[in-house]
Design a protein around this ligand. Structure first.
Ligand code: SF4
Length: 316
């Protein structure tokens, strides 16, 4: 007999962003869709579950870059020589298959590969030109080219086995730590030890800088510190903007960590205020989760149909 999964309360940066953008979307994503993988799930639960797994073309592109770099890093760790052309061609073929799968909206009947389900643009018949789809692939190609021509390839090749800490291996259950007794998920893209033993955490970015990235890597730093018993005072965090060929170092000092912990505490309190029973993570009724008034959020939202916002949107 299979063990029933419990919907445990946990915190992540993406969960915080979801709640900040729209409480109703947050409810659908973390509560309303729970159990939608079961064949006998109620119709709405199933719908929310399938919808929450959809990407948009930008997050799809970012995911493709991350998984291609993960493969390359693992291959470099095994001592192999990088083959940029083959790597990019492989990504192009996967994206073609993903696109065809999504266009048929096959995700309603079957699973695609592990980290792709379908695209919101196809679900809602959004008018995206061929030019825009091509530009999306160009973003991926440029980001990967940026990685292969960066210092990170040589650096990864030079690392001894004991210097490797993490390569976003999709082992999600392992990438967790407790902060103020709350389970926090943090999956760093890449982390290693320098020659002198100082830890470095790296996060790849395909877009431009935006607010919230510093908190994301601060969370990774706390995770590494907790998991490997590493001192935060010696840690460095680097955001790598692959398409711009730029890097930004995030300070991991006492002030930054204290600021992160304060924002984290407020975020957890706001999430708990939406629970009927915080001990068992039972939410208040759907109506208690406010709908955003920002029409641009609704225009991008995967839940716009069950939320009743699809018809009210202006056509763009
Ligand atoms: S359609 Fe708008 S109001 Fe509804 S869940 Fe999405 S973002 Fe929130």
């Amino acid at each position: 007999m299979s063990r029933a999964l419990a919907n445990e309360f946990s915190w992540s940066k993406s969960r915080h962003e979801k709640m900040s953008e729209c409480q109703r979307a947050y409810f659908f994503h973390y509560y309303g869709s729970w159990g939608g993988w079961e064949s006998e799930a109620p119709r709405k639960v199933r719908e929310l579950y399938v919808l929450k797994k959809l990407h948009n073309r930008h997050t799809w592109a970012g995911g493709m870059v991350h998984s291609a770099i993960r493969r390359e890093l693992l291959s470099l760790r095994r001592g192999r020589t990088p083959e940029p052309e083959q790597a990019i061609e492989r990504v192009r073929n996967t994206m073609r298959e993903d696109y065809a799968f999504s266009r048929r909206r096959a995700y309603w009947q079957e699973r695609s590969r592990k980290d792709f389900s379908g695209l919101v643009e196809h679900e809602y018949g959004e008018p995206v030109s061929d030019e825009e789809w091509r530009a999306n692939f160009e973003t991926v190609r440029e980001a990967l080219f940026g990685f292969f021509s960066s210092r990170w390839v040589e650096l990864a090749r030079s690392l001894q086995r004991e210097q490797w800490l993490e390569v976003d291996e999709l082992d999600f259950d392992r990438s967790v730590f407790l902060l103020d007794e709350v389970k926090v998920f943090a999956v760093p893209d890449f982390a290693y030890l320098e020659q002198d033993g100082s830890p470095v955490v790296v996060d790849w970015k395909t877009g431009r800088a935006r607010e919230g990235y510093d908190d994301q890597v601060l969370g990774y730093a706390l995770y590494l510190s907790s998991r490997y018993r590493l001192p935060l005072s010696r840690m460095r965090a680097v955001l790598v903007y692959l398409n711009q060929g730029q890097e930004h170092t995030v300070a991991i000092d006492e002030g930054a960590v204290a600021g992160f912990r304060e924002r984290f505490g407020k975020s957890v309190a706001a999430m708990r205020a939406l629970l009927e029973d915080p001990a068992s993570n039972v939410p208040l009724a759907e109506e208690c989760f406010g709908q955003t008034t920002d029409a641009s959020s609704c225009a991008r939202c995967v839940f716009r149909r069950p939320c009743g916002k699809q018809v009210a949107l202006p056509s763009t």
